[in-house]
Structure formats: C-alpha cells, structure tokens
Design a protein around this ligand. Sequence first.
Ligand SMILES: [Zn+2]
Ligand SMILES: [Zn+2]
Ligand SMILES: [Zn+2]
Length: 255
Amino acid sequence: MKFTLLGTGTSTGVPSIGCECETCTSDDARDKRLRVSVLVEHDGQTVLVDTSSDFRQQALRCGLKRLDAVLITHCHADHIFGLDDIRPLNFRHGALGVYANDRAWLDIRRIFQYIFEPSHFGGGLPQVLAHTVEPGAQFCLSPLLRVTPIEVIHGRLPVMAYRFNDFAYLTDLSEIPAASVEMLRGLDVLVLDCLRIRPHPTHLWLERALEYVEELRPRRTFFTHIAHDIKHARDSALLPDGVEFAYDGLEINDE
Ligand SMILES: [Zn+2]
Ligand SMILES: [Zn+2]
Ligand SMILES: [Zn+2]
C-alpha cells in the first residue's frame, strides 16, 4: 500500500493569497500546500480521494497516468472543483467510477449539472460512473484492496472518510462518532485533519487531533488540511513520536 499526499493545505491553499506571514513567505517546500487529496496505490489499483481544485496541477506534478476510481469525501469547493479535469483520463481509458455518499451526489449533480444533463454541449464531457457509498458498507476495488466508508462530522455536515485495509484517510472533520471510532482500530497509518493550533468550529485543531490519535492508537499518524498558522519546521516540535505534519508529495508506504 502506498499513500501519496498530493495536497495537504486548507481550503485557501498555502501560501494564502496576499498573506505575508512567516509560513506564506517561507522557502521551505513543506510550507507550500495545495488543496487536499491523496493517491492510494495497492494491488494494481490507483485510487484518488477527492478531485481537489488543484487536481490538474497535482496530476501533472506526480506524473499520473491513469485512475481506477475516485472517492469523494464531501463537496466543499476545495475537494470537488477539479472533477472536470478527469477528462484527459477518460479520453485515454474511458469512464471512471466515482464513489460518494447520497448527499454528495446531490451536490455533484447540481454543481456539475452539465455532466449529467448534457443538452447543447458538444463532446468532451467528463465520463462518470456513479457509485453510492454508505457508512460501514465495505467494498473491494480489487481482491486485496478493501475500502470501508466511515462517517465523520465536519461542523454539522456528515462527510465520508475512507479506510483502505490498514491505512485510513480522515480529512475535514470536527468529530468522529463512537461507531466510527470502532472502525478505525488497528491502523498502520492514519492521515488526519489538523487545521491549526487554535480551535476551529468545523475542523480538528492540534489538541483535539492528538486526543483522537491517543484514542485510536495508529502506528503512524500524518496531519493534513493544514492552514498557514502552522509552519512545518517550527511547529513539528509540538508533535509526539509517531505523529508528523504531512506535506505535498509525501509518500507513505507499508513497513
Ligand atoms: Zn477542505
Ligand atoms: Zn500566511
Ligand atoms: Zn470541507
């Protein structure tokens, strides 16, 4: 199993437009964060979680050649606005399976109405095979790649997190319901939302994120969806052993 963090930034990206703070002006490549998404590679499958608003740039940067599936967490702009950019992959390889929950499908069909109700458009539309996921309803993308959709709460919005065998990806959440905690036991790798040091109403912040790490006890944890409040080198000292801030391009492998 390999996770490649294609983006690790909050919804504005880092640097934030017009900002001259210590992080936004940093020379450290780890302080330059595109909008969040992760590429999962295992058992011959290449799976993307979220078509971020930076998807095109991320796909070019990592040399992406094909995708076997796209999984959507929720439909905030930073997670979905790159959906149109799957088209070059469709041209080469055909329609692509996209997995999302009922609520996200309502939003996807509204935001990208032209995909689902083409009228006077010519060709060149994204080709999407819609699959609906439900919390706890596992499915296999290949014999050795089992996916568990897990519901987490993002402010008031229930959103999807995904477990891939013993790796899990949980972005954009402020709370993990008790039933979902039970689906996150025995993890090798946890990638978890940690927006900043100070509290926030719809995201985990450092103290809350570390409480979940303590509760779930994954072998390794990487924080993502990071705002400019966090400067990688300066703030990594705040983290206990086994916990790191992720950065764009980071590859996490089975050990
Ligand atoms: Zn987000
Ligand atoms: Zn800044
Ligand atoms: Zn969000």
